[in-house]
Design a binder for this molecule. Structure first.
Ligand code: SF4
Length: 226
């Protein structure tokens, strides 16, 4: 396991730097993928994770979506104290490749998303910590634990998560000019059906959650102007 450094949550002298990555996959990738800008709606995963960073940590957060930019783990702007990678199955090989590169540099890596949720033991072989399930409660807890030097190997969302009163995604952290729109909103999450070819019910246990009618549109209107 990579070393964890202690951080002060009240001082700027050593500001925690968090790098959040959405790796490319066979279809979703920069320049050569089939998802051209006209089809590329800004995903909410990274911007939501950024919004969930506890304010008292005073962390600097950088997002890189490999649908619009490449990640070079050796580049100076890839310097980070903690890397979080969100992976689906199609992006898992690239996620593990990036995780290995950062861990070779001594940077701890957290893996989460659909693929680590379905195969946490596999993901654990490539990460210092794995987030299983939705991250609204576990990700802030992981960060507080990391700052305290006691990050655990696995964080699992308990049943019964409410989507009420969640912070608005930090859309301003993604370059709006690279997307058809950054005003993506979340109305529902999950699905009550169990189509045998679909991953949704396997990953999220055939439950459907809804955002309140006021929070989702408000989330959209709170987005910065393009
Ligand atoms: S289980 Fe999957 S494919 Fe079936 S209705 Fe739900 S989301 Fe659609």
């Amino acid at each position: 396991m990579a070393a964890q450094a202690p951080y002060s949550s009240s001082s700027d002298s050593k500001r925690l730097r968090i790098l959040l990555l959405s790796p490319r996959g066979p279809l979703y990738r920069h320049r050569t993928g089939i998802w051209k800008k006209s089809l590329r709606y800004a995903p909410l995963t990274l911007t939501t994770l950024a919004a969930l960073v506890p304010p008292e940590l005073n962390a600097g957060v950088t997002l890189v979506d490999e649908g619009i930019a490449d990640v070079d783990p050796q580049a100076p702007n890839a310097d980070a104290d903690l890397v979080g990678i969100s992976a689906i199955t199609g992006t898992a090989p690239r996620s593990y490749e990036l995780a290995a590169a950062f861990r070779r540099r001594g940077v701890p890596v957290v893996l989460g998303g659909v693929h680590p949720t379905l195969l946490p033991d596999e993901a654990a072989r490539h990460a210092d910590s794995v987030v299983v399930g939705y991250a609204e409660q576990t990700w802030p807890q992981l960060l507080r634990d990391f700052v305290a030097g006691r990050m655990e190997a696995r964080y699992v969302q308990e049943p019964g998560l409410s989507l009420a009163n969640l912070p608005f995604p930090r859309r301003e952290l993604l370059p709006s000019s690279n997307f058809a729109t950054v005003h993506t909103i979340e109305a529902t999450r999950g699905c009550i059906h169990r189509c045998e070819f679909c991953v949704v019910s396997s990953a999220w246990d055939a439950h459907c959650k809804s955002r309140s009618p006021t929070s989702s549109p408000r989330s959209a209107t709170c987005a910065p102007a393009v």
